[in-house]
Ligand binder design. Structure first.
Ligand SMILES: NC(=O)c1ccc[n+]([C@@H]2O[C@H](COP(=O)([O-])OP(=O)(O)OC[C@H]3O[C@@H](n4cnc5c(N)ncnc54)[C@H](O)[C@@H]3O)[C@@H](O)[C@H]2O)c1
Length: 305
C-alpha cells in the first residue's frame, strides 16, 4: 500500500511514518519542514520512503498514486494558532478542503482531529456531544473535520492531547510541559487546576492511526471517533501530582484564570467497541519524558510561519 503522510515531519507524523515504514508500507512524507529536516534524518535508510517538501496550501501532485492519506499537516494547538490566526485558517481549513476535494472516491483519508473543540462544560463528551470550541485552533479543526467527513472513505480521529517523546518534540502539550518544568525549573504554576482534559501516549496515538487504516472497512461507517482511553481523563492538578511522584518540585495553584478555557472529559466507548484501547499509562509516559528531559533543552518559538 502507498501511503501519504502530510505533516509527516511533525511530532506525531514522524512517529507514524516510522511505524508505517516498519510495517512495510510505502510512505511519502509531505511537509513544509518549518521545524527543519532533522526529525526525518533517521528515516533516510528506509528504501520505501519518499519525501516531498511542499506547502500543503499548494496542490499535491500525483495524489491519485496513494491508496491512503493520513492528514496531519497543520498549525497545531491553541498557542500556535493564536499567534498565526490567518495561517491557521488557510492551512487547517482551506488546505484540508483542497486535499479532500482532490482525492478520488476510493482513496482513504484519515484525519487528525482533536477533542479540543468539546469546550468548557466539564461534561463527559461523546462523538454526539454538540461541539463548542473555545479557541481558534478548535474552530479550525472542527471546520476541517466537517470537510473531511463529506468525502466517502474518510475517518476523523478526535485525538486526546498527546504526551511522550518524539524526534520532533512539542513542548506546549501539557504533560510534556509539566514534566519539563518540574525537572528543569523546579516549579509548575497551575491556572484553573480543576480543569479536566484527556490524554493519550504518543505510541498509542500511532497505534490508533494504524488501527484506523488496517480496520478501515469496519470503522468507516462510524466516521468520527474519539481517540484515547477512559482511564486517561485527568485534571491539571492530577497531571501535576502524577509528575510529582517522580520528581520533587513545587506545584503553585494560582487563582489567575487560564486563557485556555478547555474543561471536559471524554468517553471512548465508540472506539473501544471497535477494538481499540490505549496500552500505555500516564506514568509510563512521564518516566520516559523525564529520562530524556534530563539532557534536553529546547523550546521552539511559535511565530515562525
Ligand atoms: N499532538 C496532539 O496532542 C494532537 C492532538 C489532537 C490532534 N492533533 C493534530 O494532529 C496533527 C499533528 O499534530 P502534531 O502534534 O504532530 O503537530 P506538529 O506541529 O508537530 O506537526 C505538524 C506538521 O505539519 C507541518 N506543517 C504545518 N504547516 C504546513 C504547511 N502549510 N504545509 C506543509 N506542512 C505543514 C509542520 O511542519 C509539522 O511537521 C495536527 O493536525 C494536530 O492538529 C494533535
Amino acid at each position: 500500500m502507498k501511503v501519504l503522510v502530510t505533516g509527516g515531519a511533525g511530532y506525531k507524523g514522524v512517529r507514524l511514518s516510522k511505524a508505517l515504514l516498519d510495517k512495510g508500507y510505502k510512505v511519502t512524507i509531505l511537509d513544509n519542514f518549518m521545524y527543519g529536516f532533522n526529525s526525518i534524518l533517521h528515516l533516510a535508510e528506509y528504501k520505501n520512503l519518499e519525501v516531498i517538501k511542499q506547502d500543503i496550501r499548494n496542490k499535491v501532485s500525483n495524489l491519485s498514486d496513494f491508496d491512503a492519506v493520513f492528514h496531519l499537516a497543520g498549525i497545531s494547538g491553541f498557542p500556535a494558532c493564536a499567534a498565526n490566526p490567518a495561517s491557521a485558517q488557510q492551512i487547517n481549513i482551506e488546505a484540508t478542503r483542497q486535499l479532500a476535494e482532490a482525492m478520488g472516491k476510493e482513496q482513504i483519508l484519515i484525519n487528525a482531529s482533536t477533542t479540543s473543540f468539546y469546550g468548557k462544560s466539564g461534561d463527559k463528551c461523546t462523538e454526539d456531544t454538540p461541539i463548542s470550541p473555545v479557541s481558534h485552533y478548535g474552530v479550525t479543526k472542527y471546520e476541517a473535520e466537517k470537510i473531511v467527513l463529506q468525502k466517502e472513505n474518510s475517518l476523523s480521529f478526535r485525538f486526546a492531547t498527546v504526551f511522550g517523546f518524539s524526534v520532533k518534540m512539542r513542548m506546549d502539550l501539557m504533560v510534556n510541559d509539566f514534566a519539563y518544568k518540574a525537572l528543569k525549573e523546579g516549579v509548575v504554576i497551575l491556572f484553573d487546576s480543576f480543569a479536566k482534559r484527556t490524554f493519550i501516549h504518543i505510541d498509542d496515538a500511532v497505534d490508533c492511526y494504524l488501527f484506523g487504516l488496517e480496520n478501515f472497512d469496519a470503522l468507516k461507517d462510524g466516521k468520527v471517533y474519539n481517540a484515547g482511553g477512559d482511564d486517561l481523563n485527568f485534571s491539571k492538578l492530577e497531571i501535576a501530582e502524577a509528575v510529582k511522584k517522580h520528581v520533587d518540585y513545587n506545584i503553585i495553584d494560582s487563582s489567575i484564570k487560564d486563557k485556555d478555557l478547555r474543561h471536559f472529559i471524554v468517553s471512548y466507548d465508540k472506539i473501544k467497541d471497535k477494538g481499540f484501547i490505549p496500552k500505555r499509562t500516564l506514568d509510563e509516559g512521564i518516566v520516559q519524558l523525564l529520562k530524556v528531559f534530563k539532557y534536553y533543552d529546547s523550546y521552539l518559538p511559535y511565530n515562525i510561519i
